[in-house]
Design a protein around this ligand. Structure first.
Ligand SMILES: [Zn+2]
Length: 493
């Protein structure tokens, strides 16, 4: 039992903020009130003074590819209590869940059904192994990228359906990596999501401004499918796929939502993306459409900044799954920075990190050492997305109240999956009966510290983090013995 004394308690579900105590018994919040007495069931409860600090529900990250203890530790210090890989997913999910459980996780975790891996099974005869790196390698394969035959489409739809039955959290659709494929395929995925009461999480295909020859505008494809099928459809990282066309895309999403479509959207506050070097949209002939050059791309593993078209082609051929960082907006440029700000400020826009695993020079992607061994590379969004969003949107500009910030970081993302993931219904809000997944933030110091040069510097200002009622961060220090993370699965109705 534990009582957090005297914090500014924020509940995004009711939009309230008040000074109060929070009592936790096991993994559940049992009282939220001023001056809770440590008697009766709470006799002997440990007490922590959190006067002046902000107490809210831990952040639910809908878009995290970390799949590692090292990555989750960086996210814990960024305020996250649940890391879900819903955009890419892993297949088979049974294996992904078993591996995470055996390995130990400090934060809750979950995975969607991987449309990419299901297609790889149908097109290439590959047996998926719940391995994101293997999936990244395959995305550059033209045989994976092409339109499926009717038989292949039936095959991967069956695979996706059985993954949903096994507990996958909706379907992750990396459409931007197969952007010439028949739009009918996407409608079939949307129908599957509608029929199972789940959702889709899409990295959209090229938007029409960047590729006038695209079979369908990537963002329009989402709104059309949502309108036609009634499915719940989530638009991943609208900042990175819309770039300087953000206002047009957001306007389209707004119109779809006003029309009753179940479209949700997320953004992260960085002007660079990160993906596999073999991705369709990083082909030398595609860069010009976005005003990019090879020098806009750096390799994460080696730090190499790509010097020429020839070198880009070589890397794509020899190591298509290698992870790179792509600068698409200039964060120092006021106009570009304002665009990123608008992506976050959009009504109901969810904060999601697109966190990537940390990679060391020897090729390893996890470590139990803490602090992390030096030299680890990743995109700074892995460690800094949430603290940076709070710093910019709450502390520096006052665009969001704390209640609004927790609505964007905790409540709304939980709601996206709560309809089909019962475990999430008690997450993302703070009241009696809520899960004790709590973050305690120092509003005076909250800030990201990760940079493109030094991307594994943890955020500061997360004073305490409780997962399932256990301290993962206490007094700003990570507890390296704590592994309270649990699986979050779908349960089809
Ligand atoms: Zn993506």
């Amino acid at each position: 039992m534990l009582i957090l004394r005297g914090g500014r308690v924020v509940d995004p579900r009711t939009g309230t903020e008040r000074v109060a105590d929070v009592a936790v018994d096991g993994g559940t919040v049992v009282a939220v009130a001023p001056a809770i007495a440590a008697e009766g069931a709470l006799a002997g409860a440990a007490e922590v003074d959190v006067t002046g600090l902000v107490v809210g529900p831990g952040f639910v990250d809908l878009h995290s590819h970390v799949h590692s203890i090292a990555g989750q530790r960086l996210q814990a210090l960024d305020g996250v209590t649940a890391t879900l890989d819903l955009e890419a997913g892993l297949m088979p999910v049974e294996k992904a869940y078993a591996r995470a459980a055996a390995d130990g996780r400090l934060l809750h975790y979950g995975f969607s059904a991987s449309w990419g891996d299901a297609r790889a099974a149908a097109h290439l005869g590959l047996t998926p192994d719940a391995d994101l790196n293997a999936s990244l390698r395959m995305l550059g394969d033209p045989a994976w990228q092409r339109t499926s035959t009717p038989n292949e489409r039936r095959h991967w739809l069956r695979l996706l359906e059985s993954e949903l039955e096994a507990g996958a959290l909706g379907v992750g659709v990396l459409m931007g990596y197969a952007p010439r494929s028949d739009p009918e395929e996407f409608l079939d995925v949307a129908r599957l999501a509608a029929a199972t009461g789940t959702a889709t999480f899409t990295h959209v295909r090229e938007i029409v401004e960047a590729d006038p020859t695209t079979p369908i505008d990537g963002s329009f494809e989402i709104t059309r499918a949502a309108a036609e099928t009634g499915a719940s459809m989530h638009h991943c990282h609208v900042n990175s796929t819309s770039r300087r066309h953000i206002d047009r895309v957001l306007g389209q999403l707004e119109a779809a939502r006003a029309g009753g479509s179940r479209v949700t959207v997320e953004a992260y506050p960085y002007g660079a993306g990160s993906t596999a070097i073999g991705a369709f949209f990083l082909a030398p002939e595609r860069l010009g459409a976005w005003g990019l050059t090879p020098a806009s791309i750096s390799m994460v593993g080696t730090g190499e900044r790509i010097a020429s078209i020839e070198r880009l082609a070589e890397l794509r051929a020899t190591d298509p799954g290698a992870v790179c960082v792509v600068r698409f907006l200039d964060e120092e440029d006021p106009e570009d920075a304002a665009m990123l700000q608008r992506a976050l400020a959009f009504p109901d826009s969810i904060v999601a990190s697109d966190a990537m695993h940390v990679e060391w020079k020897d090729g390893s992607t996890d470590s139990r050492e803490w602090p992390l061994p030096s030299g680890g590379q990743t995109h700074p969004r892995t460690a800094g997305t949430f603290a940076r969003s709070l710093r910019r949107m709450v502390v520096e500009t006052g665009t969001w109240t704390w209640a609004e910030a927790f609505r964007r970081c905790s409540y709304l993302p939980a709601q996206v999956v709560a309809g089909f993931a019962p475990a999430v219904r008690t997450k993302g809000w703070l009241g009696i009966g809520a899960d004790a997944d709590l973050v305690v933030i120092d509003p005076a110091t909250i800030s990201d510290r990760a940079t493109y040069v030094d991307p594994t510097r943890p955020s500061v200002g997360v004073r305490h983090l409780l997962v399932d009622g256990q301290f993962v961060v206490r007094d700003g220090e990570l507890d390296v013995e704590a592994f309270p993370g649990r699986a979050i699965r779908a349960a089809l109705g």
